[in-house]
Design a protein. Structure first.
Length: 208
């Protein structure tokens, strides 16, 4: 393992990603966020991880706008802008640029509908189309994220109550999504890294 300022990383055999944060294979997350009563620190706040909006690749922005006729009817604010105007250079995104989703009240514009969760995801279910390439990858991967050549845990992960309950590991929750967003070669590499990390965990004796 590589120790970088007390954060341990494991090497990956993958063309793009060279390391992964080891804690991804041991830290836990609630199994079903849609039935979890979210808290942000001590405050009740449903869908707390979406309260700040997100960065969106330009291709994802265009795909969302192409589906706007399905998404907008679900929103409480029908005519509001869906994105901020400023495009930022960000080489971690496929297009090399990103825009931020607009905000409404205390949350992402896509939370402004009459149920929990993301309106993009809801529209895809109700209208029968795949959200792959439309719902932002950064949202689908949370609480994992990536920077340069590493898969890491998002900085704000521990702020939310879903991080402090027993459940599957962060990797097991996001394994299929990692394959869909990137490629199956990454899943193979992550599976191998997971096996190495878990082999180093102390064995727990059964309680008699």
């Amino acid at each position: 393992m590589i120790n970088c300022a007390a954060v341990q990383f494991v090497s990956l055999d993958h063309p793009r990603f060279r390391t992964v944060e080891a804690a991804i294979f041991t830290r836990k997350l609630v199994a079903d966020c849609m039935t979890h009563s979210c808290k942000h620190y001590a405050d009740d706040k449903l869908d707390a991880c979406c309260q700040y909006g997100c960065d969106v690749d330009l291709a994802e922005r265009d795909a969302i706008l192409a589906r706007a006729d399905d998404i907008r009817p679900l929103l409480l604010v029908k005519d509001a802008p869906l994105f901020e105007d400023v495009e930022e250079i960000d080489l971690d995104f496929p297009s090399g640029k990103a825009v931020r989703t607009a905000m409404h009240g205390n949350g992402c514009i896509f939370l402004a509908h009459d149920r929990r969760g993301c309106a993009i995801h809801r529209a895809s279910i109700e209208k029968g189309w795949s959200f792959h390439g439309v719902k932002p990858a950064i949202c689908r991967l949370f609480p994992l994220t990536y920077e340069s050549d590493s898969i890491v845990i998002a900085d704000e992960y521990e702020e939310y109550s879903c991080a402090h309950v027993d459940g599957p590991t962060l990797y097991r929750i996001t394994r299929d999504t990692l394959g869909a967003v990137f490629d199956e070669a990454l899943v193979v590499a992550m599976d191998a890294a997971e096996a190495r990390v878990l082999a180093e965990q102390p064995r727990r004796l059964p309680v008699l």
